[in-house]
Design a protein around this ligand. Structure first.
Ligand code: HEM
Length: 383
């Protein structure tokens, strides 16, 4: 086991406990990076001004730097610090944080979900991006196309992707940009979310706006699929929760803490500094184990118990500090409405088998009906 394999291991949590016991921030010689595993170290790294989201010498991964996917990547708030992060964030975050949850519920319930593995796949990997597309004013047909293109685009974010996937990702970035240019030109667009974002972004460059709207799709895609999938796993493991009267908000609040879809993120040290009593040098890399911090007894009492009605729950699943996820409310709302729909259908969950998609940080279940062969495995992203 190592901290990257852990993300897709059946049960990484005893290993995370071992890492915390060996020191909250410790060097891993095999991976040649620092690993932050305790809640204290994770909080300190995420709050530190000298810990950046990208290495200074490689703001865009070399593998995509020469193409359109690289141009999009280079403008994402998620992948920048300073003004290049703050400006798009201050235009986009307020809109996401004040989403009308009834509208989201209506959009999710308008989608047909079938009670088998194929239905779950669509609910996890197509539904969430279709909802975000609809909130921005796309038609259902456009939303389906945007969701397919997003699946192709996110391959550019993964170090596990091959050359063919990267070529497809550049083409997807170009198509997504085209869809957004048309959306922004459409005089009949009535999306309140888009209107608010445009108003707050009035002085920004159009290509930065377009890149960050694509970023909303890519940030939604795998993480929300993972949250829905991990909630389904919780229903499989706790049959008593498989009832239409289950308080789904409580269930999801605990699933996101207990078994997060994004297990880790990374930071790159720009200037020599000291964090949690450890000296770090410029160019050091830190793997930040969000999922381990959630199980730290310093953060949550009885952390290895799955308690939907847990009091004072604390979680790093959506990050912390200046890059903290602005889509948390939306993600929980989409996932909640989806799980509610799944519960209504009373699917035969005991007949499902699953494995996690290959990924360095995503814990995203792929389900199969036990009678059928496993779904094709595709690569997964670094958030
Ligand atoms: C369960 C679903 C989700 C999870 C677990 C999740 C998790 C995260 C995490 C951990 C980060 C911070 C990464 C870091 O600091 O290194 C992040 C950032 C971000 N997320 Fe989410 N996210 C989810 C869904 C969404 C959705 C639905 C949206 C938007 C529609 C969204 C938009 C963003 C954006 C724009 C950022 C970058 C913020 C910044 O850098 O300032 N996320 N997310």
């Amino acid at each position: 086991m190592d901290p990257i394999i852990a993300a897709t291991h059946t049960d990484p949590y005893p290993y995370y406990a071992q890492l915390r016991a060996e020191g909250g921030l410790a060097f891993h010689p095999g991976l040649n990076l620092w690993v932050a595993s305790s809640a204290r170290a994770v909080a300190a790294v995420l709050a530190h001004p000298d810990c950046h989201v990208r290495p200074v010498q490689e703001p865009v991964p070399k593998a995509i730097a020469d193409g359109i996917a690289g141009q999009v990547f280079g403008q994402l708030m998620r992948m920048n610090e300073g003004e290049r992060q703050r400006c798009p964030r201050s235009a986009i975050a307020p809109g996401l944080e004040s989403i009308d949850t009834r509208e989201v519920e209506t959009l999710v319930s308008a989608r047909l979900v079938t009670a088998d593995a194929a239905g779950l796949y669509n609910a996890m990997f197509r539904g969430p991006v279709c909802v975000v597309a609809a909130l921005l004013g796309f038609t259902p047909a456009q939303g389906r196309a945007v969701s397919e293109l997003t699946a192709d685009f996110v391959a550019c974010l993964s170090p596990l992707s091959d050359a063919a996937q990267l070529t497809t990702a550049h083409a997807a970035a170009e198509h997504l940009s085209g869809y957004l240019i048309e959306l922004l030109d459409d005089p009949h667009n009535h999306s309140q979310l888009l209107a608010g974002i445009r108003q707050r972004f009035a002085s920004g460059a159009p290509q930065t706006l377009i890149a960050n709207l694509i970023g909303l799709f890519s940030q939604t895609f795998e993480a929300t699929a993972g949250l829905i999938g991990n909630a389904v796993l919780a229903l499989i493991r706790h049959p008593s929760l498989r009832s239409e009267s289950t308080p789904v908000e409580d269930l999801l609040a605990e699933v996101q803490r207990f078994d997060p879809p994004v297990q880790n993120t990374r930071r790159f040290v720009t200037t020599p500094c000291e964090i949690d009593g450890v000296r770090l040098s410029a160019a050091d890399v830190i793997l930040v184990l969000l999922a381990s911090a959630n199980r730290d007894p310093q953060l949550n009492d009885n952390p290895d118990a799955f308690l939907p009605d847990r009091p004072n729950r604390r979680s790093f699943t959506f990050g912390a500090g200046r890059h903290q996820c602005p889509g948390q409310r939306l993600a929980l709302c989409i996932a909640g409405a989806t799980v509610r729909q799944i519960l209504t259908m009373k699917p035969a969950l005991d007949r499902l088998t699953w494995h996690y998609r290959p990924s360095v940080n995503g814990r995203i279940a792929l389900f199969s009906d036990s009678s059928k062969t496993a779904q094709a495995v595709r690569c997964s992203t670094v958030r």
